[in-house]
Design a protein around this ligand. Structure first.
Ligand code: ADP
Ligand code: XUL
Length: 515
């Protein structure tokens, strides 16, 4: 019995990953896709279409049905949930679920479907998710009441951000004060899923709790001033924050009776998808960083100190393995690289060849501002695309964008105050050897590609194994998330000064465009 379950409730799907720590095998990897498998919710991409592009809401009952469907499906394939020794999970960050005073009555009947029994507990029919950006006004009000954006950032790890839970709660309070008054419990997506499984009130873990603009990073408690700035009587509506290793409870009678879990199966608090990914990728120790090169690029890394970004671009969350982590999002990632690829009619192989064979580090002074869409880091609201230095062509433009993106990442992660020796890379563009080499040279660190799919679900399963079965992190990383060293890029020390100079020039060029 060395099976541990990680559940990942993401924007478009719910996934179950069961790891077998005795054999190093993945015993279960199953997904329910909200759009395809639950079309009755009318949410092809996981949220309910809305005429207002700023509004993004999802139906929490869809998540409840997805959980049941997923468990049923895996059982139907012959898997016995009674083998599971511990459970944890992951949720898309920031989204919130609003329950009325009935939330404590959890004597759910296994003979009836759970969503029917949860429906009367909702004090708000739909849940705002991380893609919602309708709360700019509320963010400004919270900042004003708390003493400024910097104060909110210093306490909570982020300035008020539209998608963060505090501004979302304030918006609910303002637009539906009655609904807010009826709300007795506010959960994150992660803690809501844990609540369902346990059938009892559960805490919010530090990892995900830090994404609310409400938690004091220094103490791990809700911050009175931020609560007061957000909405009245909020303290009583929030579950307590708790370390990510906390046992939330054991599996509830509903799931034990209906799906065959052992009744005493421990459930470890769920966390956010980014904190779980840090674990799933094996990046929990300072000295590591993860760069995910997907549609957008993200940089996340463990931090030994809860520093905050003085510019207010980055976020600080809890590291589920202890301490803190940062997350920095760069919107112009693959999208911008694809623009260059298209403009010069290149394949990805030709793009890599241009960087590795047809140009050299520093690119003869050619770099670029590559902000095809508004950027989060640094904050640039008006798109700007501009080549800098001598004119670029098909041989030099790929290097111009890759070097510029890499120095921007280095520049905008400097506030973390820790130099990574080893950077794990993932996402579609991490397959590109040229991008890996430029990152190695700019960061003067080893770049190691990691082919882990669903690092959030895997990280959740690791957390269950670590907390319940005392399985050491290293053993889990060794078995399930080994980077591919044969594809590693190593830094060339001769490029250090070239990139230090480029970083300074790039920072200067950015200045007139910053918002
Ligand atoms: P997401 O999960 O955010 O949708 P992925 O991690 O799947 O994204 O990455 C998809 C992106 O990877 C595509 O947009 C594409 O531009 C990029 N990509 C795929 N292969 C390569 C390559 N060889 N070199 C550079 N970029 C690539
Ligand atoms: C992080 C964020 C997203 C969601 C998506 O701040 O908003 O990464 O967690 O799953």
């Amino acid at each position: 019995m060395s099976h541990y379950l990680g559940l990942d409730a993401s924007t478009q799907s719910l996934t179950a990953i069961v790891i077998n720590t005795a054999t190093g095998e993945i015993a279960v990897n199953a997904t329910v896709n909200f759009g395809a498998d639950l079309p009755r919710y009318g949410a092809p991409n996981g949220f309910v279409p809305n005429d207002d592009p700023l509004v993004r809401l999802s139906d929490p009952l869809m998540w409840v049905d997805a959980l049941e469907l997923l468990l049923q499906r895996v059982s139907a394939r012959g898997y016995d949930w009674g083998q599971v020794r511990g459970i944890s999970g992951s949720g898309q960050q920031h989204g919130s679920v609003y329950l009325n005073a009935g939330y404590r009555q959890t004597d759910w009947e296994p003979a009836r479907c759970l969503s029917e029994q949860v429906r009367p507990l909702l004090s708000r029919r739909l849940a705002p998710i991380w893609m919602d950006s309708s709360t700019s006004e509320e963010g400004r009000e919270i900042a004003a009441a708390a003493g400024g954006e910097e104060v909110v950032s210093r306490i909570s790890g982020s300035r008020p951000i539209e998608r963060f839970t505090g501004p979302q709660i304030r918006r609910f309070y303002r637009t539906d004060p009655e609904g807010y008054a009826k709300t007795a419990r506010i959960h994150l997506v992660s803690s809501f899923m844990a609540y369902l499984l346990c059938g009892r009130d559960v805490p919010i873990d530090y990892g995900d709790g830090a994404g609310m603009n409400l938690m004091d990073l220094a103490t791990g408690t809700w911050h009175e001033k931020l609560l007061a700035a957000t909405a009245p009587e909020l303290a009583g509506k929030l579950p307590p924050p708790a370390p990510s290793t906390t046992q939330a409870g054991t599996i509830g009678p509903y799931f034990a009776a209906k799906y065959g879990f052992r009744p005493e199966t421990p459930v470890i608090v769920f966390s956010g998808d980014n904190p779980n990914s840090l674990v799933g990728m094996g990046g929990i120790e300072p000295g590591n960083a993860v760069i995910s090169l997907g549609t957008s690029d993200t940089y996340f890394a463990p931090m030994s100190q809860p520093r905050t970004d003085p510019n207010g671009y980055g976020h600080v969350f809890g590291n589920p393995a202890g301490g803190f982590m940062c997350l920095i999002a760069f919107k112009n990632g693959s999208l911008a690289r694809e623009e260059i690829k298209r403009r010069y009619h290149l394949t990805w192989d030709a793009f890599a060849e241009a960087v590795l064979e047809r140009s050299a580090p520093g690119n003869g002074g050619r770099s670029m501002l590559y902000y095809y869409v508004p950027e989060i880091t640094p904050r640039i609201l008006k798109p700007v695309v501009q080549f800098l230095g001598p004119e670029s062509d098909a041989a030099t433009a790929p290097r111009a964008i890759v070097e510029s993106q890499a120095v921007s990442m280095k520049l905008h992660s400097a506030w973390i105050g820790e130099t990574p020796e080893r950077i794990l890379v993932t996402g579609g563009a991490s397959q590109n050897p040229a991008i890996r080499q430029v990152l190695a040279d700019v960061f003067q660190a080893d770049i190691l590609p990691l082919a882990v799919s669903n690092s959030a679900g895997l990280g959740a399963a690791f957390r269950a194994a670590n907390a319940v079965g005392n399985v050491p992190w290293e053993e889990l990383f060794e078995a399930f998330s080994q980077p591919d060293s044969s594809q590693a890029a190593r830094p060339d020390p001769a490029t250090r000064d070239i990139y230090a100079a480029l970083q300074d020039r790039f920072a200067e060029a950015l200045k007139p465009h910053l918002d």
